[in-house]
Design a protein around this ligand. Structure first.
Ligand code: HEM
Ligand code: HEM
Length: 216
């Protein structure tokens, strides 16, 4: 089978930057480095917002609509040997779960307080009951996110054992295991522009204080 570009540059950057950001968020929370935590949090927020927009206007394999499959298709995809460009049916459920978990983690973080010095930027705008609930959710949801990550990596390893290398395409963009009749990716330039705009907006508003603390 010939070489096919299956993941555009933004999807690949999104994925590996997300992995780095989540490691930083975990480490910074454990070490009580909340300025770093907030900075990595806003960076992750910019990543997710851009990914969701790219899911509407982006490459065929980035489309959110391509993630919708029936549960039957998901079960069948475990046993099938079909190699299609983009996420498989079962993998799509995992991707949707990741997006939902990340949105919950980010929104709850914005309303979480460490009860000492540091408040998320929305804490001042919501009731103390909501702040308490958001803090509880921020802790609980992170544990669920960790289980999802373990499951995700395990699935990738199982596919590898079955002969399907998914990691190489996520690194290089290129798959040698699929056949397509027309291009499934487009230039990621607009996605990077949207990402840059999100970063500028977030780091000139909520992120200005933690970032200047880190840099200064
Ligand atoms: C913090 C940990 C991780 C998170 C939150 C995460 C999240 C995600 C998400 C959201 C996607 C969908 C990409 C998109 O359509 O935008 C994805 C796909 C993928 N991830 Fe991860 N990931 C993590 C770690 C890893 C690691 C360590 C590996 C390598 C072993 C990996 C390999 C892959 C691969 C190969 C795909 C593409 C799967 C496919 O072909 O359908 N991920 N991941
Ligand atoms: C995907 C993004 C995020 C992840 C993975 C994440 C993860 C975590 C983790 C693991 C903890 C420690 C929980 C524990 O001690 O059990 C934590 C605490 C905290 N997070 Fe996040 N967080 C994220 C985003 C945010 C954002 C955007 C904010 C606010 C701007 C935020 C604010 C906080 C605060 C204030 C705490 C301290 C809570 C305490 O001291 O009890 N987080 N976060």
């Amino acid at each position: 089978m010939s070489k096919v570009k299956v993941w555009d540059g933004f999807i690949r950057s999104f994925h590996w930057l997300l992995v780095a950001a989540i490691a930083t968020l975990y480490f910074s929370a454990e070490e009580g480095m909340l300025e770093l935590h907030f900075t990595a949090g806003y960076f992750t927020l910019a990543l997710i917002i851009t990914r969701l927009v790219w899911g509407i206007i982006g490459s065929k394999t980035a489309k959110l609509s391509a993630l919708i499959h029936s549960p039957v298709a998901a079960i069948k995809s475990f046993t099938s040997n079909e190699h299609k460009a983009g996420h498989g049916a079962a993998g799509s459920y995992m991707v949707i779960a990741f997006f939902a978990l990340l949105i919950v983690q980010l929104t709850s973080g914005l309303m979480t307080s460490d009860d000492i010095l540091t408040d998320g930027p929305l804490v001042a705008h919501v009731s103390s009951d909501i702040v308490e609930f958001a803090g509880w959710l921020h802790h609980l949801n992170f544990d669920i996110l960790l289980y999802a990550i373990v499951l995700h990596v395990l699935a990738i390893v199982i596919y590898r054992i079955k002969g399907k290398n998914l990691v190489k395409p996520m690194l290089t963009g290129i798959s040698e295991q699929v056949a397509v009749t027309e291009p499934v990716t487009k230039s990621p330039l607009i996605a990077f522009v949207i990402f840059a705009v999100c970063l500028v907006v977030l780091f000139t508003t909520w992120g200005a204080e933690p970032l200047s603390y880190l840099l200064g």
